[in-house]
Design a binder for this molecule. Sequence first.
Ligand SMILES: Cc1cc2nc3c(=O)[nH]c(=O)nc-3n(C[C@H](O)[C@H](O)[C@H](O)COP(=O)(O)O)c2cc1C
Length: 341
Amino acid sequence: MADLFTPYNFKNMTLKNRIVMPPMCQYSVQAEDGIPNDWHYVHYVSRSVGGTGLIIIEMTGIHPDGRITNQDTGLWQDEQIPAFRKIVDGVHSYGSKIGIQLGHAGRKAQDADPSVAPSALAFSSHYKIPRTLSGSEIEELILAFKESARRAVEAGFDTIEIHGAHGYLIHQFHSPLTNQREDEYGQDLALFGERVVKAVKEVLPEGMPLIMRVSAQEYVDGGYDVEYCAKIRERYRDAGVDIFHITSGGEGPIGSDGGPKAQPGYQVHLAESFKQMLKVPVIAVGLLDDYEVAQEVILSGKADLVAVGRGMLRDPYWAAHASKALDAEQKVIKQYERGYK
Ligand SMILES: Cc1cc2nc3c(=O)[nH]c(=O)nc-3n(C[C@H](O)[C@H](O)[C@H](O)COP(=O)(O)O)c2cc1C
């Protein structure tokens, strides 16, 4: 039976444990022209020193206007590759694997003027009304996802995560509430995401796993449920997604039924049902920073990997501390051994 410290192998990627640092935008630190700086280097490499199995770099724009804010990282031009390669090499030298989340914020791009989306519907009254994407612009964005993925491969990443969650562009396309187009992308809501997946796959080396983050459930009034989401994700899986990272919400203001109760493991049931319905490996996320709770998710087989976000903002050495607390065999990094004697 696997536990939190059982290595995990998928295609050519072997993780030393089941612990993932999920993508978390750093916003306030100026990433000039999308290029990560010393902050990002220290931030990500610290989590590697702390024993994390897989680190996923924050949502990184495939287009300048696809960033949530202009302070976010980007991979829309080759000049941005070396700074990412430096982080990749640093993380590798301490024994972790590293992925990058590629995304486009669509109508949630706060600094883009105008922002773009499948349909001209604002996220909320505090956001701009986005401009509707033309058919040829959609083709360009699919190509931009592919080109960013090529750059990520060149930078040496072990895996790529496509951001299909939290109300960003891919989510906007497959949600009936935000996609009211009359062209092929409106008649088939999974088409945009499916084409992105296929395009990205074309530049991925054979053995590199592709992850996709999805919101399994929407919380706006009239939002979709897990069953609807699973149908869409079948298309993404068949197009080449290997592992799904299961989160929820983010598509708009929370509806009258209320949002999820923020309690430990509040999204694990969604990961579990995805795993069962789609027969794919899944990453569970959402208040899993209690060591025993995270351990239980793996022991029970509800998910293959667990991601700890805010817990790792507080504690870069979360994995090392989990190893000690759970009496696991993963050693802390040699330089810090005396701190744990
Ligand atoms: C500061 C911050 C930035 C985040 N940025 C991203 C992001 O870039 N992409 C993403 O998919 N989720 C993002 N998230 C969501 C986290 O990846 C994670 O799903 C969420 O925090 C729940 O997990 P937790 O309870 O372990 O923190 C962010 C969360 C935080 C706290």
